[in-house]
Design a protein around this ligand. Structure first.
Ligand code: NA7
Length: 602
């Protein structure tokens, strides 16, 4: 099975034996939404089609409406939420703290929502996203259970034709036209199940963390395999270990993980934070990652061993990814990085009782943080449990899945269930999965065959009026992604507003601007330790994927300043063309529209 045929919800994880079948979550959007145009000869026309109804798609829709534009959002899932709709695996939790992992665009929204824990659980984030969809009456323009299959640009008409797949219920297969297409398809949405021989004949159940079924999956009394030890594996392993009779973890590469020290979040603490919310948000936007961490201004190499140890202890006790900001040179200086890595390795050695297991869990092949740092609750401690085993796939690779389990080069293991925590075709996978053709019929996938190329991560030359939210070449996955999303969506909305005001019809990056930007993206990355690590940041987890560092690592604050400068310089690097007709359709603002389908709460 390849990444493009990763399981859909109906296929993945057949209900496990003994699992309790429960109804799907009852979010109000469980209706599919009114279908769009279906006739090839007379397709419905929109100002904009948005692909995806996660955090990016929802906010984009809100901003399009504010511009008076007619938009349709197509969402493959049966509910809104994107990543947080699909990632329902036991233990799924965000590694950005609750008070920062939310939208900032509406003061009332951020004041009224209450979180329950320091780090939010998947179910709570999904409730929040649904609340936003209702609060801003977004559902009437969202068509669920509808996967976009192609988007083709017609240069003569200066329009995109967007086609969707037929849905599981036989409906859909829509064809619509739009002036603009905006991808909000996400960076971590194309789940990757490894191509293991024999999987189809496995007699038990198997799951991917990123395509978890809606039904409760109960592993009680089962023999369970987990393959993969990235963030998802590290989060789910301790929870599965509490249910399973036997848990075997198949590890290819160990990862660094910092304790979350997760805990309930008192209302008083939230109120204190909220009293300065606007200032906190403004400050976060200027930082490297869009998160208010305690960023050190000192280089690790300028500190004594004692000072470094004290700094690590302080950050370890605080918990979370803040640990990796102990020095300002942690990602650029191997000596500083080694000091932090060795501190974590020592923590692993002192936590895990079996020295051999501890040695296998302690990463030695990459600089700390250059694979996404993990944040855990009792991950290393879990390996002290008698029914939890670790298999080192580097020493004993998987040869095949057998009907009864997994056979490595060393032995056969019998399992009732296999959990793939094997990650994603990240950043480019979702767009690669859509047949996108720009001017002259050129395919985006072909253009990007040696690695993606964009201007500011926002657009790609030759693909007019196609915007990408958190695209390759933007800070995206190196940030609090909601902050990155809001910045991108606001930028796109301003560009569209500019086009409305100036009666412009077409926007595309100048090829040279894109070339210069990509050179900058790679130049900045090459000053860090990141490109030297095999990770999904570099495409190394997908066989055959070009090896380039995909996000922009210059920092969100710096990037935002660059984007502002581009606007101030008259959208430097973009070219526009005027339309003889009025540029964009105007509609009444959302406040005066009557909503007949949504269930908004305010
Ligand atoms: P990740 O971080 O990509 O982790 C995937 C894990 O699965 C990682 O340990 C991989 O080992 C392992 N893997 C992948 N393919 C295989 C095969 N074929 N055999 C064995 N092991 C394999 O994905 P996650 O879902 O955990 O996290 C993704 C992001 O989501 C995370 O960083 C957060 O930003 C949220 P490898 O390291 O490639 O050797």
């Amino acid at each position: 099975m390849d990444e493009l045929s990763a399981p859909r919800p109906a296929e993945a994880g057949r209900p496990p034996r003994g699992s309790r079948k429960v109804a799907k979550p009852h979010f109000p959007e469980s209706h599919r939404g009114a279908a769009a145009g279906t006739s090839p000869s007379n397709p419905t026309a929109f100002d904009a089609v948005v692909i995806g109804a996660g955090f990016a798609g929802l906010y984009m829709l809100h901003r399009l409406r504010q511009l008076g534009l007619r938009a349709r959002v197509f969402e493959a899932g049966e509910g809104v939420g994107g990543t947080w709709y699909w990632n329902r695996y036991p233990g799924a939790r965000c590694d950005v703290e609750s008070m920062q992992y939310s939208y900032s665009f509406d003061e009332a929204l951020q004041q009224e929502w209450l979180w329950s824990e320091r780090y939010p659980q998947q179910a709570e984030i999904l409730r929040y996203i649904n609340h936003v969809a209702d609060r801003f009456a977004l559902r009437r323009d969202i068509q669920l259970d509808t996967r976009v299959s192609s988007a083709h640009y017609n240069e003569g008409e200066q329009r995109w034709t967007v086609q969707t797949e037929r849905s599981s219920d036989g409906s859909g297969g829509d064809i619509v036209q739009a002036r603009f297409v905006i991808s909000a398809a996400g960076c971590l949405s194309m789940a990757k199940v490894p191509e293991l021989p024999g999987l189809a004949a496995f007699k038990g159940r198997w799951y991917h963390t990123g395509r978890w079924p809606h039904e409760t999956v109960d592993f009680s009394g089962q023999r369970v395999a987990v393959i993969g030890t990235g963030s998802s594996g590290i989060q789910t392993i301790p929870v599965l270990a509490r249910q399973a009779k036997e848990l075997v973890v198949f590890q290819r590469t160990p990862n660094f993980s910092i304790p979350a020290w997760n805990k309930p979040l008192p209302v008083a603490d939230q109120e204190a934070w909220k009293s300065g919310y606007a200032e906190h948000r403004a400050q976060a936007r200027t930082t490297r990652s869009g998160i208010l961490y305690d960023y050190s201004t000192r280089a690790g190499v300028d500190m004594s061993d004692v000072e470094r140890q004290q700094e690590f202890d302080r950050r370890w006790q605080r918990g979370g990814a803040n640990f990796t900001h102990a020095f300002n040179d942690i990602y650029s200086n191997k000596i500083s990085n080694d000091a932090a890595a060795e501190y974590v390795r020592n923590k692993i050695r002192s936590t895990v009782h079996d020295a051999q297991v501890a040695a296998l869990l302690a990463p030695t092949d990459h600089a700390i943080g250059t694979k996404r740092i993990c944040v855990d609750s009792n991950y290393y401690e879990t390996f002290n449990l008698p029914h939890v085993k670790l298999v080192d796939l580097r020493a004993t690779p998987i040869e095949q899945v057998t009907p009864d389990g997994i056979r490595t080069s060393a032995q056969s293991h019998d399992f009732d269930a296999i959990v793939f925590a094997t990650g994603y075709d990240a950043i480019t996978g979702a767009l690669d999965g859509i047949d996108i053709r720009g001017a002259g019929g050129r395919s985006l996938k072909d253009k990007w065959s040696q690695g993606p190329s964009t201007y500011l991560g926002l657009m790609s030359a030759g693909f007019p009026n196609l915007f990408i939210i958190t695209g390759p070449g933007s800070p995206s996955v190196l940030t609090n992604v909601i902050v990155a999303i809001e910045q991108h969506v606001d930028w796109i909305a301003r560009a569209l507003g500019h086009m409305q005001a100036q009666a412009l019809h077409r926007i595309a990056p100048v090829a040279q601007a894109e070339t210069d930007w990509m050179l900058h993206v790679h130049e900045v990355a090459n000053k860090t330790l990141f490109p030297g690590t095999n990770s999904w940041y570099t495409g190394a987890n997908i066989p055959g994927k070009p090896r380039v560092f995909l996000p922009y690592i210059g920092g969100l604050g710096t990037y935002t300043t660059i984007c502002e400068d581009v606007i101030a310089a008259g959208y430097r690097g973009f070219e526009f063309s005027a339309s003889p007709a009025p540029a964009l359709a105007h509609r009444p603002t959302p406040q005066v529209l009557r909503d007949t389908t949504s269930t908004e709460t305010s």
